[in-house]
Design a protein around this ligand. Structure first.
Ligand SMILES: Nc1ncnc2c1ncn2[C@@H]1O[C@H](COP(=O)(O)OP(=O)(O)O)[C@@H](O)[C@H]1O
Ligand SMILES: [Mg+2]
Length: 233
């Protein structure tokens, strides 16, 4: 589904540069469940931003279904992002002045879906994540676990091919984090491709593939929870 080839990402900080990703090549196949691990500052979030076309690459190629999308205009990239990707962040990133229902409906309005359809889909998704009683509540009166469930429902609203979750349980107590993992894994079983950053090795082991980053370099992959392989790419 996605192929990254020799991606480099530099951040310019005036007189110095940070090489956040160095020559990263990676293939993501439809339906996979991939964990990205590595120390703080190793480039995990940068890789997620690149995968989600939230940030530009300095060099290399990004293929989505064999189309090189790195050189497309911003507007076209935004359309692809809205249609193909769902995002989940450590800090939930919900709109505080919108109800759970309105937060989930919002990405569908950018995609031109009618109000009735948006509402129907948002209600369905909020039920699927167990928030049928909380639909009309504002995020500010919800627990962290509930807010993250709203964020999961929102990320799925446009039927994405790929969910990008950057430390989705990082701000949650262990038991609530476990609930979030189970919900995400349930959607992966239904066919949504899942790429998740985690600091937690026991969470990482649950994925089909584990990708390790160190100082911006993709190091090795563990496949099938145990066997270490040299990256095949
Ligand atoms: N917007 C930015 N501007 C400058 N440097 C950044 C920016 N974002 C990340 N970096 C730097 O890039 C490196 C990788 O960061 P990041 O991808 O956030 O790592 P991780 O998510 O693994 O903690 C770090 O050295 C970080 O300081
Ligand atoms: Mg990060």
């Amino acid at each position: 589904m996605i192929k990254l080839k020799n991606i480099n990402k530099q951040y310019d900080l005036g007189d110095t540069q940070v090489n956040a990703l160095k020559d990263v090549s990676l293939t993501i196949n439809r339906g996979e469940y991939i964990a990205i691990m590595g120390p703080s500052g190793s480039g995990k979030s940068t890789l997620m931003h690149i995968l989600g076309i939230l940030d530009s690459i300095s060099s290399g190629q990004y293929y989505l279904e064999d189309y090189d999308i790195s050189s497309l205009p911003d507007k076209e990239q935004a359309r692809i992002r809205n249609q193909h990707f769902g995002f989940i962040f450590q800090s939930f990133n919900l709109f505080p002045e919108l109800s759970a229902l309105e937060n989930v409906m919002l990405p569908m309005s950018y995609a031109g879906v009618s109000w009735q359809q948006r509402k129907k889909r948002a209600v369905e998704l909020l039920c699927e994540v167990g928030l049928e009683q909380r639909m009309n509540h504002l995020p500010t009166i919800m627990s962290g676990g509930e807010q993250q469930r709203v964020a999961i429902a929102r990320s799925l609203s446009n039927d994405p091919d790929l969910i990008l979750a950057d430390e989705p349980t990082g701000n949650l107590p262990t038991d609530k984090g476990e609930e979030i993992m189970e919900i995400l894994e349930e959607f992966n079983k239904k066919g949504v491709t899942l790429v998740m950053v985690t600091h937690n090795p026991s969470q990482g082991e649950r994925a089909q593939r584990v990708i390790n980053l160190r100082d911006g370099v993709l190091q090795e992959e563990k496949i099938g929870g145990g066997d270490t392989c040299i990256t095949r790419l």
